[in-house]
Design a protein around this ligand. Structure first.
Ligand SMILES: [Mg+2]
Length: 180
């Protein structure tokens, strides 16, 4: 289902994107943010979006137990992790693999993440649509590629991608979407 947005598949980064924004980088306990889990549930169950994880991982790190603990493992069609693949963002082949798995046109894929180079510029160069997740907005000297949306939390995708979803069911979902 693409709906009015034209988005059929949402590819999401893991750390800093669906983990709590209050966690420090490098914290080994990286559970899924319950608000992100709620958003992923709505995108899948109410919006009909297919979901894919695309995460750079260190050797020995597996995101799947955390996805299971967060109650979202069944929402995802595929989990791409760089360590077992021996390919990481921003390697072009990583994007090619994930976009092939999406099973739709690249411009029907929305790639979401907190890293401007790896989650936005790279996927955009491969034809995907992109959203940068930043609680505090852009950093000095950063510029968004044309068409990239800036959101504060992945939950901000819900009003955009699942506009028929009742807002009172997702009071945590902001409506702040900016960018160019
Ligand atoms: Mg990240």
């Amino acid at each position: 289902m693409t709906g009015a947005s034209g988005v059929a598949v949402v590819v999401t980064d893991y750390g800093g994107t669906i983990t709590p924004l209050w966690q420090r980088r490098g914290d080994p306990r990286r559970p899924v943010d319950p608000y992100a889990a709620a958003a992923l549930h709505v995108l899948r169950r109410h919006g009909g979006k297919r979901l894919i994880v695309a995460s750079n991982t260190r050797t020995g790190v597996d995101r799947r137990p955390a996805l299971r603990m967060g109650g979202v493992d069944e929402e995802f069609d595929a989990v791409f992790q760089s360590a077992p693949l021996r390919l990481a963002k921003p390697h072009p082949e990583f994007y090619a693999w994930v976009l092939a798995a999406a099973g739709c046109r690249a411009d029907e894929v929305l790639w979401v993440g907190d890293n401007l180079e790896k989650d936005v510029i790279g996927p955009a160069q491969h034809g995907a649509r992109t959203a940068l997740v930043r609680r505090d907005g852009l950093r000095p000297r950063e510029e968004l590629p044309a068409g990239t949306v800036l959101i504060h939390h992945i939950g901000d995708l819900v009003p955009w991608l699942v506009p028929h979803h009742r807002k009172e069911e997702t009071p945590w979902a902001g409506t702040h979407i900016g960018g160019g």
